[in-house]
Write a protein of this length. Structure first.
Length: 415
C-alpha cells in the first residue's frame, strides 16, 4: 500500500506544472460553484419568491444549458484553445453570480443570471477534462480523470457546508462572496496555465485527424450516451431537490452535511477504484450502480437526518462507479477528440438533468401538497430499480468488454 501511494505521488509530481495547477484550481472552482449550485432551488423559492414549479423548470433549463451547452465546447476550443475557453467560461459565471445577487431585489434578473451561471460550466468542464486527457498517457487516463474528479468532489463537498450558513441568513452576501471568488479564480487560470501544445483537436491515435468519426462513430456510442442521460436524470433528482427536501423535513443546514458526505466519498473512493472501474464488465457495473442508487433513495424517503446520511452514502457508492465509467466509455468510443466526447457526454447529462428538473418539480410539488415529501424519494427509487433491470438486460457491449482485456493496467492506475 505504501509503495502504491508513493508511486502515485511520484506520478503526480512528474506532471507538467500547468496540469498540477489545473487540478488544484479544479478544487477551488468546484468549491465556489457548490456554494451556489445546490441552493439554486432554495434561492429561487425563498429568496426570489418563485413558485416551486416555476423554480423547478428554471433549474431544469439551467441544467440543460450547463450540460447541453457543453456540446459547443469542441468548436469553442477549436477557435480559442483550452486555456482561453476556461478563462472565458469563468468570466461568464462571475457575471451570472453578480446578476443572481441583484435578482433578490429584481426578480426578472434571475432568468439571465441563471443562464450565465450555467453557461460557465458548459464550456469549462469539457475543456478542463480535455486538458487533462491531453497531458497524460492513455494508461494513466482513468487515474487522472479520477484524481480530477476527486478534486472537484472535494470542493463540491466543502462549498455547501460553508454556504448553508449564509443561504438561510443572507443570500445576497453568499452570492456576492461567490462572485468575488470567481473573479479571483478567473485571474488565477489566466496567470498559471499555459496553452497545451497539440490540443485535442490535433492528431489522434495512429495519426488520424482528431475529429469525431461522424455518424458511424456516434452509432457505436449511442448506448453509452443513452445510459449517461439516464444516469444524470436520476442523479439530478438528488442534486436539484435535496435542498428543498431538507428544508421541508429538517433544516437547510443538513444539506451541507449531506453534500459533504456525497462529495467526500467520491473524492476518497473514485481515484483508488479507477482501475477496477475501467476494467469492470460494463453491463454489471451499470446494473449494480443503479441498484445502489435505488436502495439509497429508498432510505432517504424515511426523512430523518440519519436516513438522509445513510441513504446518501449508499446512493453515492453507485455514483462512484457510474459517472467515471460514463466518461471513460465515451472517450473510448469517440477517439481522437476528447473535447467533443466530453461535450457529447455533458449534452446527454443535460437532457437527463432537464427531464429531472421538469418531472421532479411537479412530482415534488405533488407529494409536498399531499403532506408526504418522503414519497418523492420512493418514486425516484422505483425509477432507479427499473433502470437497473434495463441495464442488466441491455447494457452489455462486446466493445466495452474487450476494452478491459486489451488495455494492460499500469501500477499507477491499479486499485
Amino acid at each position: 500500500m505504501t509503495a502504491s501511494l508513493s508511486a502515485r505521488w511520484r506520478t503526480f509530481a512528474d506532471l507538467p506544472p500547468s496540469l498540477r495547477h489545473l487540478i488544484a484550481l479544479s478544487f477551488v472552482v468546484a468549491f465556489g460553484s457548490y456554494m451556489v449550485t445546490p441552493f439554486i432551488g432554495v434561492l429561487m423559492v425563498k429568496g426570489v419568491g418563485l413558485d416551486v414549479r416555476l423554480a423547478g423548470v428554471l433549474v431544469a433549463v439551467a441544467i440543460l444549458v450547463q450540460f447541453g451547452g457543453s456540446v459547443l465546447g469542441g468548436p469553442v476550443v477549436d477557435r480559442l484553445g483550452l486555456k482561453r475557453t476556461m478563462v472565458l467560461s469563468l468570466a461568464l459565471r462571475t457575471v451570472g453570480l453578480v446578476l443572481l445577487g441583484l435578482a433578490v431585489g429584481a426578480p426578472w434578473l434571475a432568468y439571465p443570471a441563471v443562464v450565465l451561471v450555467a453557461a460557465g460550466p458548459a464550456l469549462y468542464l469539457p475543456a478542463n477534462k480535455a486538458y487533462i486527457v491531453t497531458c497524460v498517457s492513455d494508461d494513466l487516463r482513468p487515474l487522472f480523470l479520477g484524481v480530477s474528479s476527486a478534486a472537484l468532489n472535494a470542493g463540491m463537498g466543502l462549498g455547501p457546508l460553508l454556504a448553508a450558513l449564509l443561504a438561510d441568513a443572507d443570500p445576497v452576501a453568499l452570492l456576492t462572496g461567490a462572485a468575488m471568488l470567481f473573479a479571483l479564480i478567473t485571474a488565477a487560470h489566466q496567470a498559471v496555465l499555459r496553452p497545451v501544445a497539440g490540443w485535442p483537436g490535433g492528431a489522434g491515435k495512429n495519426g488520424e485527424a482528431g475529429r469525431p468519426g461522424g455518424a458511424r462513430t456516434m452509432r457505436g456510442a449511442l448506448r453509452p450516451v443513452l445510459f449517461t442521460a439516464v444516469s444524470f436524470y436520476l442523479y439530478f433528482f438528488f442534486q436539484s431537490f435535496m435542498g428543498l427536501y431538507t428544508a421541508e423535513v429538517s433544516d437547510i443546514r443538513v444539506l451541507g452535511w449531506v453534500m459533504l458526505l456525497n462529495c467526500a466519498m467520491m473524492a476518497l473512493l473514485q481515484p483508488p477504484l479507477s482501475g477496477r472501474i475501467a476494467r469492470a464488465d460494463y453491463r454489471r457495473l451499470l446494473a449494480g450502480s443503479f441498484a445502489l442508487m435505488a436502495a439509497g433513495t429508498a432510505v432517504m424517503s424515511l426523512g430523518n437526518v440519519r436516513a438522509l446520511l445513510a441513504g446518501t452514502a449508499v446512493f453515492t457508492l453507485g455514483e462512484v462507479f457510474l459517472l467515471l465509467r460514463c466518461d471513460l466509455e465515451l472517450v473510448e468510443r469517440v477517439p481522437g477528440n476528447p473535447a467533443f466526447a466530453f461535450g457529447v457526454q455533458r449534452l446527454a447529462a443535460g437532457v437527463g438533468g432537464l427531464l429531472a428538473g421538469v418531472v421532479g418539480g411537479f412530482v415534488f410539488a405533488h407529494y409536498q401538497e399531499a403532506g408526504d415529501p418522503g414519497g418523492f424519494w420512493t418514486a425516484v427509487a422505483l425509477q432507479c430499480a427499473a433502470v437497473a433491470v434495463a441495464a442488466l438486460l441491455f447494457g452489455g457491449s462486446p466493445a466495452a468488454a474487450r476494452r478491459g482485456v486489451e488495455r494492460k493496467p499500469q501500477p499507477e492506475a491499479a486499485s
